[in-house]
Design a protein around this ligand. Sequence first.
Ligand code: ADP
Length: 473
Amino acid sequence: METERAAMRSVQTRMVWSYLLLIVLVVTVLGAAFAILMWNYYYGSAQSSVKQRVESAMALHSRSLASLTLQDQADYMLQYMTEGGPARIQLLNSAGVLRIDSDGFAPGIQYGTDDVRTAMTGTMGSWKGVDPFYGERVISVTAPLWNEARVVSMVRYTASLRQVDDMVAQLIRMATFAGLAVILLFLGLSLFLAQRIVMPIRELTRAARYMAEGDWSRKAAKRSDDEIGQLAETFNAVMGELNKREKLKNDFISSISHELRTPLTSIKGWSETLRESEPGEDDEEVKLGLSIISKETDRLAGLVEDLLDFSKLSARTMELQRETLDLNSPVKETVSQLAVREEGTKVKLAAEYGEGPILISGDANRLKQVVINIIDNAYKFTPAGGQVSIRTDAEAGYGTITILDTGSGIAPEDLPHVQEKFFKANNSHGGSGLGLAICREIIELHGGRLEIESDRGAGTAVKVRLPLLSDDE
Ligand code: ADP
């Protein structure tokens, strides 16, 4: 039980892990793409808005600023350029030292940031990072001021990134939460799915285990129409079939035992009686006893013979010695063999043969066995003065042997069962109940059919059909 559960859990675990891996991968890739997109969008637009401001300010003021001294530039800047927008403006000298900012501070800090260094070389530069003077994250754009082909000073615009940072951080937080939620959702979903697949398999295994332990009554529940449902159905079908066979086998064994017991009891009884009788006493009884013992022994031998045939047939090990033959010939032989019975039974045996040769492929001895069996039955159930007739014919691709009797017939409710093994409609006549079952098997091995019709009180017609050889065979 434990190993089964462990194995099942591992199927489930494997499934859940693969789902999870997949979804984590997808969520990570999508999340990263989203983050990169947001990042570029927000920081990009912050940067370009600062840049735009610098460009328009330069277009407006660079010419006026160019000719001024640094001191005058500072005044000019404070007077004309501080209006509008959240950005701060700084004036740096050509070495990057801060001379003044829009708030009027002049701490003399040396700037070495990328934007400033780019501006020193003569082009506008931008940078993002923690500003050494303001101590907060900013985006900065610096433009050089030229005088006679020389960078004399630089104007630096900085915009705080606090809001943008907050916004981006919040978006990333939200995306992370959403991603985690999706992953959790899928974890639950995959657990559920795996459970649904594993559960019926587990049930099937359990049913199989019960079966292995000999409990045949368990069935696997069919929960769905998919492959697993089909597996359960097939499993149940197999189990049903095995169950049926087991039952048949048990029935078979108990019938055989029963059949064997009757003659054995009789033999045992008579042999006891004979042993206890004094020599010379009642010779008649001794004769009767011995003849009964002999008859019962014959019955046992016949039964064993039938059983051997029958087990060969059900194990499908009986092999036909097939040859091409005229259906009339095994019938003729049988009839001449049985004709002597007319005298003892006062039942006439009449035969009528169809125009020969009726060619079939068959085992002559087995076919004789079939005919003897059927004629035996006919004799058994036909009282003195009656008639048994046998007729051969060819019709519609079949060679036929019909055995008719004027005997007791078979009750309609018994008719469907007389070909079953061990079925005996009338117990008083002895016999194993295997005769017709064996006949049917032999005929079916030949590819033919056995048909029985009967009228209670009027007689019985047994018809054997065997496929005719076609011309090219
Ligand atoms: P058995 O070997 O005991 O004769 P069969 O399989 O040959 O068993 O026959 C089964 C039963 O079918 C018989 O017990 C009998 O009741 C019935 N039956 C078979 N042939 C005839 C017949 N010609 N007339 C009446 N009953 C028959």
